[in-house]
Design a protein around this ligand. Structure first.
Ligand SMILES: [Zn+2]
Length: 161
């Protein structure tokens, strides 16, 4: 008998194509696992933001990994509750930082990153709070590009939404 926890464990293998250290489970986009029949699953996901090009890939990979275990899969998208960066797990935040991306600051209401004056953005390398915004768009639209004023490294910041 496969438990819900087993399904989540399988889904740990599905990574955000833009951030390979972050699984869809860590990202918090897998909202629900339902059994339609013993061999048929319905997976409810909430996209990180509308129009994120990675979502198609993610949906396909969720189906593929579960199909490889003998399940029939239906992936449904739910936007009744909007995804926020608060849904990223503790482990996900730690992985992001180790990967060199500053994890989103706790409060999603804080939009001060727009002005570049946010003290919430820590350098993932030296942990300095003396950072400045270079560009609102980093390597992808979900990230902003920052520069650390202490160690002079540039890094991506996962924007709060
Ligand atoms: Zn630094």
């Amino acid at each position: 008998m496969t438990e819900e926890a087993d399904i989540y464990e399988l889904l740990e293998a599905v990574k955000d194509p833009e951030i390979p250290v972050l699984s869809v489970v860590d990202l918090g986009i897998v909202r629900k696992v339902d059994w339609i029949s013993p061999k048929k699953l319905k997976i409810t996901i909430t996209p990180t933001y509308s129009g994120c090009p990675a979502m198609d890939t993610i949906e396909r990979e969720i189906s593929e990994i579960l199909q490889s275990k003998g399940f029939e899969v239906e992936v449904v998208t739910s936007i009744s509750e909007a995804w926020t960066t608060d849904w990223i797990s503790e482990k996900g935040r730690k992985n992001l930082e180790e990967y060199g991306i500053a994890p989103p600051a706790e409060a999603t209401t804080d939009k001060s990153f727009i002005t570049g004056n946010s003290k919430n953005v820590h350098c993932p390398r030296c942990k300095s709070e003396e950072t400045s915004l270079i560009s609102q768009f980093g390597s992808t639209a979900c990230k902003a590009l920052y520069k650390c004023d202490s160690c002079h490294e540039t890094f991506d910041y996962f924007k709060c939404i």
